[in-house]
Design a protein around this ligand. Sequence first.
Ligand SMILES: Nc1ncnc2c1ncn2[C@@H]1O[C@H](COP(=O)(O)OP(=O)(O)OP(=O)(O)O)[C@@H](O)[C@H]1O
Ligand SMILES: [Mg+2]
Length: 362
Amino acid sequence: MFYIQKIELNQFRCYKKAVFTFSPTKNIIYGDNASGKTSLVEAIHCVGIGKTFKNAKDSDLIHKNNNFMSVGAIVSDAEGETKVLFAYDGKSKQVTKDTKAYKKLSEYLGYFNIVVFSPDDLELIKGAPGERRRFLDVNIAQIDVHYLNSLIRLKKILKERNEYLKTQEILKTKDVLLETLNESLIEQSKIIIKKREDFILELNSLVQTINMQLSLQKEKLEIIYDPNCTPENLQEKARERQNYDFIMHQTTWGPSRDDVTFLINGSNASVYSSQGQIRTASLSVKLALAEMFIRRGNNMIVILDDVLSELDVSRQNEVLKMLDPTKQTFITTTSIEHISQDLLNNSKLIQIRGESYEQINR
Ligand SMILES: Nc1ncnc2c1ncn2[C@@H]1O[C@H](COP(=O)(O)OP(=O)(O)OP(=O)(O)O)[C@@H](O)[C@H]1O
Ligand SMILES: [Mg+2]
């Protein structure tokens, strides 16, 4: 079974130095506000994905007034035991797995997948389009290294193209550099659009049943990809938008402008749905994502940051039942009072008190 046995935090968020050991199945991390619960699960996330799940800068992860952080983990996997070390010095990230040092984080990604449930998930439906693109990027990259490589290339080309647009006047003659940039941009965009389309198609096929079940057969949830361009019209858009791009000093078309629409019973959820419906829908999306990772046979862990105690006990049970009980799960909560007795009995309890912590095995 795949699980994280132990983790060591160095200068990570509020921790100067701390070591935690975990249960292969359920771990409940509890403590007061600002005691370091989310920081701990962010560190776990870094071991798998090389960044936080929060919308924060990498530099925010380094303990205040410091210039370096690292997270080390001992992982139990098919090979037996594997050591992973993730380090960041404010400039570059380094990952080592046993003795292998990865030149690029993208080569390491995919060792295991992580599904994170967090209160910010509501933003997936209610927030700005950037939130939804971030969701697509983080999760497709977890299962498809080619997607990540195309995304990295796309961002580089966009940066170069936008800088060029700032320095030039509207062109009347043929511009060779811009044409080359357009060509590369279109090439990567085609790959990204196709992979986003496939991902949403698969996610959508799984999410409907889950949301029906969570909403007691009342709400049909549909996820619709809303691409800014299709692979077929990219060329035309590039031509059509050229003058406008020069005026705006930026690229105004392509996958960096994509969006996703969530429909509940046929209506746009961000406009029409209630808070409860949106919460259920965002839970369903994450559960469907977990199902996608499991179907691929990938190693996977689950993080539930501050979401379980918001649900009544029957909803808690419903959500936990849908998550594979054999997958290692980290649950954070300020209070264990509202957590079902059954779950408490079957979990390792880890109390966080600032930098000191206590572990209770039950
Ligand atoms: N880079 C950093 N250096 C030092 N402290 C930090 C850093 N980043 C965050 N903190 C602090 O770490 C503390 C713990 O934050 P964390 O988000 O882990 O708390 P939490 O236990 O999840 O709280 P809540 O119950 O409110 O969600 C906070 O006081 C936060 O301000
Ligand atoms: Mg928190």
